[in-house]
Design a binder for this molecule. Sequence first.
Ligand SMILES: [Mg+2]
Length: 172
Amino acid sequence: MIKNFLPTYCFDNIKSIDYDLLEKTGISTLAFDLDYTLISFATKFLDLETISFLDELKKKFKVIIVSNSPKKRLDKVFLGCDISYISRAKKPSTKRFRKVFQDNDNLNTCMIGDQLITDILFGNRLKMKSIYLRRVYKENILMRILNRNVDRFLFLLVRIRYPKRYKEIFGK
Ligand SMILES: [Mg+2]
């Protein structure tokens, strides 16, 4: 169970990810979380830099956003962008994703996100590769109290249970 909270890799942000490595290991689809991965929660739109970065990635990978946010919000965030997304994904539940994706797509997919309890657990449950991103955006206080404390606790569990892997992934 605790193993499900171990990501395959850890990077600072979407730009520092080693996409060549992912390509070499057979990854053809990148599934991105939205909040605190691509944008901060308070942001209503994707910035141009992120849009063109995703456009570049789309030349090599299939790119999809898997977010727990409602459709209404995602429609606004991706207004005018050519990006597919799954709203109200209910991560770490895999039900919604399984409905949309074909049977074996998950094996060539890498889930990228900022939370162990949703993104990494979701990816591992679907036997995907997964990437944990270190804090990129400042969060509001409620987010910090609710989610980060859960994540902190999970980090501790993972560290105790898998000290070697932990060091390899997080480097400390
Ligand atoms: Mg997030």
